[in-house]
Design a protein around this ligand. Structure first.
Ligand SMILES: [Zn+2]
Length: 330
């Protein structure tokens, strides 16, 4: 029996604005989103990088989708697997709780203190996390260690040795920048965000013949990458966040009990004043944020994205449609 609630969902979309959903999906996401709303979300600036990478054909969506389902542990119900999944969802949908998102969900606690905890120069966001100059050395060290690991792996598993494995890895777009101390390549950002790029698959393809063998080696490797990014980059950043949170006189409970600590009127007033800011910064936030979206709704959207991204329907129907729409003038 498959106990993982995210696996095996059937999602069928039709283009009349109706989304008939499998009963379990409905239970899980709690709401039916129409195509227009979905389109608005994917036009959000933070997801633009994913959309652009798709248009530039950088993402292997078929394998990314398989990877979203991949269980790196033997037990489908293990809490470790649940933790892995949560991390993958947050990375790929750009919903890690960075200060921009925290401020949106808990304006009365964050009070617009959204500067990056590392550089104190730019607003903390899911994109900035990986782009922050103060994270460059840590990210580069990750890619060098992972590149070396991949070289070792392919030296053991390779069935074609037409070229040097070390050359394939260190000349690839995914890893070259790290070995050469260059700017982080866009396909490396995709790996950081838990997407599988065509470039990375190309490295495996150069030395492994069958797709079966590629997948057998690729997913455990991505699993290692994913955990390394979580520990070396996100956990490091979280230590800084905990120090800051303490300095602000807040703790975990302040966030869990947000709706009890502040009255409905207080929360609505905070959301209203934020709406004014959003209206004054349309270019920045392009109407994406429903000002009355509370954290719960936000979480539902996040789960919806993940189900969507990992459904085969997304690959074959939704994605081509979105790409078609994004090229036509609005
Ligand atoms: Zn920064």
């Amino acid at each position: 029996m498959n106990k993982n609630p995210l696996i095996g969902f059937i999602l069928t979309l039709n283009w009349n604005g109706e989304i008939p959903l499998d009963k379990d999906v409905r239970k899980c996401i709690g709401t039916i989103l129409n195509y227009r709303r979905l389109d608005n979300h994917l036009n959000h600036p933070s997801l633009k990088t994913i959309k652009d990478s798709t248009k530039s054909n950088l993402i292997d969506w078929a394998l990314s989708s398989k990877w979203f389902h991949y269980n790196g542990h033997n037990d489908t119900t293990s809490s470790l697997h649940t933790k892995d999944l949560r991390w993958r969802i947050r990375c790929s949908t750009l919903t890690l709780p960075t200060l921009d998102i925290m401020n949106r969900n808990f304006p009365l606690l964050i009070k617009d203190r959204t500067q990056c905890l590392l550089c104190d120069n730019i607003i903390d966001s899911n994109n900035h996390l990986w782009e922050c100059p103060n994270n460059y050395d840590r990210i580069r060290a990750c890619f060098i260690a992972l590149g070396d690991k991949l070289i070792d792996l392919l030296n053991i598993e390779a069935d074609t040795l037409t070229s040097s494995i070390r050359d394939t890895v260190t000349n690839s777009n995914t890893f070259r920048w790290a070995f050469q101390s260059e700017q982080i390549h866009p396909v490396a950002f995709l790996l950081l965000k838990s997407y599988i790029s065509n470039d990375l698959v190309g490295i495996f393809r150069s030395h492994l013949k069958s797709m079966k063998n590629i997948i057998k080696n690729l997913f455990p490797f991505i699993q290692i990458c994913s955990l390394k990014f979580k520990i070396d980059i996100w956990k490091y950043r979280n230590q800084l966040w905990k120090t800051t949170r303490d300095a602000w006189g807040l703790n975990k409970k302040s966030f869990v009990k947000y709706r009890e600590i502040f009255t409905s009127d207080q929360r609505t007033a905070a959301v209203f004043s934020r709406t004014q800011i959003i209206n004054n910064n349309r270019d920045l936030e392009r109407g994406y944020i429903n000002p009355f979206n509370d954290f719960r709704n936000f979480k539902l959207d996040k789960d919806f994205f993940f189900i969507l991204f990992s459904s085969s329907n997304f690959l074959h129907s939704v994605l081509p449609q979105l790409l078609h729409n994004s090229t036509s003038p609005s």
